[in-house]
Design a protein around this ligand. Structure first.
Ligand code: CMC
Length: 387
């Protein structure tokens, strides 16, 4: 037996790591097979398929299958996913009661965050570990979120609850519950396209937040609650509501130039413009611009579209060369308005769609997990006397 002294363990350093990256703009913390973004060229793909192709040809359910399985489904596989989702549309009775206990003037995103969290209380599998249990919970979250949003809106408007209709797809079922009548095919398809366009987008702030939560081995409901809260901010998903508020405030085409130029002179943000990753036109905005024009014409809201177009032209001129273009939130405001959705529900619509992306990312995280725990640079004093 050797008597040599074992090598000393490497010293453990607590010194701050060298790469300081405020806002984590240049840091990669995870792998994903779901969406690919080329911010310089304005490209977005889900599992290698261009977003424009998906918006034109796919459905939300098919897109969810694609994101969760990294391949397009066969007809049988798609039917199975649709049936599984429809079987989960209904929410527990306790959730209807909880909605009835909410203040009618509650901000819908506060209500949604609370209700998503409360779903865990009624799911016996809430704390069941494992990928398969997480997939079942993901299905429930995607299927039930529209029921929560629509019925919260009905309650605050003094209307009776409308139970989900399992013969409808997600978009049609949502509009059915929201309005209490079957939407036209054009309305259903319009919402379906919005759901496809918002379903996933790399490691955006809310997806990152969800991955941070699930990486602690907390549960999927906790991760989704985190994500809804993060999406709410006006620098993220909340921007679509702010765009509509701005359009309402401007009111008429005559006021656009003075309003926007005033904001630019005061160096204020114009909501619906700019993006952390896209320094070219956001491809979702490219699609939505054309779509918004069509739906605004069909619904007699052309004024809104024309005002948006004028805002775009002023901002692009003023910010030429700075990589500031409309983002997904800019033309989605006009689109949701034309679909008859109230302004303060816009961010909930975003959450309803992104729920699939968030859940997919959490399952990816669990498949190759490591606690996400960056460091902060301490800028306070040392050796302070304790008095
Ligand atoms: N209006 C006016 N100026 C802008 C805007 C805007 N919307 N966005 C960025 N800028 C300016 C910014 O002031 C800065 O100027 P300077 O170099 O002179 O200081 C420059 O452009 C670079 O901006 P940044 O702040 O470094 O960009 P960021 O990557 O930190 O922020 C952003 C990205 C999305 C938070 C920001 O563009 C913004 O606040 N936009 C308005 C809110 C919005 O529309 N958010 C939705 C984002 S897309 C969908 C989503 O993720 O939910």
């Amino acid at each position: 037996m050797s008597t040599a002294t074992p090598p000393a363990p490497a010293p453990v350093s607590s010194a701050p790591v060298a790469n300081y990256d405020k806002g984590l703009a240049n840091t990669i913390v995870a792998d994903t097979q779901m969406s690919f973004i080329d911010g310089a060229k304005g490209v977005l793909e889900y599992v290698g398929i261009d977003i424009d192709t998906l918006a034109r040809k796919s459905t939300y359910e098919e897109t969810v299958y694609l994101l969760w399985n990294t391949k397009l489904p066969s007809e049988t596989e798609l039917d199975a996913l649709k049936s599984a989702l429809r079987a989960e549309y209904e929410i527990p009775q306790g959730l209807y009661e909880m909605i009835r206990g909410m203040p009618k003037d509650a901000v819908p995103m506060h209500a949604l965050r609370t209700l998503v969290s409360a779903l865990a209380l009624h799911d016996p599998e809430a704390d069941t570990d494992g990928i398969e249990a997480s997939k079942r919970k993901a299905l429930r979250l995607v299927a039930k979120t529209p029921t929560l949003i629509a019925n919260f809106d009905r309650y605050r408007s003094g209307k009776e609850f409308v139970r989900p209709n399992t013969s409808f797809d997600i978009a049609t079922n949502f509009l059915w519950m929201l309005n209490g009548e079957k939407p036209t095919d054009a309305m259903s398809r319009g919402l379906d396209i919005c759901l496809i366009l918002h379903a996933d987008h790399g490691l955006n702030a809310s997806t990152f937040a969800a991955r941070v939560t699930i990486a602690t081995l907390s549960d999927l409901y906790s991760a989704m609650t985190t994500a809804v809260g993060t999406l709410k901010g006006p620098l993220h998903g909340g921007a679509n509501e702010e765009v509509m508020v701005m359009l309402d405030e401007i009111g008429t085409m005559d006021n656009v130039d003075a309003f926007i130029n005033g904001k630019l002179e005061r160096k204020e943000l114009i909501m619906g413009f700019g993006h952390r990753v896209y320094k070219a036109y956001d491809p979702r905005a490219t699609y939505l611009k054309t779509f918004a024009q069509q739906i605004a014409t069909d619904t007699g809201n052309l004024r809104l579209f024309e005002m948006s177009q004028r805002i775009e032209s002023i901002v692009l001129d003023a910010k030429a060369g700075k990589g500031i273009f409309p983002n997904v939130d800019f033309y989605s405001a006009t689109t949701y308005h034309c679909l008859g959705i109230k302004t303060d529900l816009f961010t909930c619509m975003f959450a309803m769609s992104r729920m699939s992306g968030w859940c997919g990312h959490c399952i990816e995280q669990l498949q190759d997990n490591r606690l996400i725990r960056p460091q902060a640079k301490y800028t306070g004093p040392h050796d302070v006397a304790y008095v």
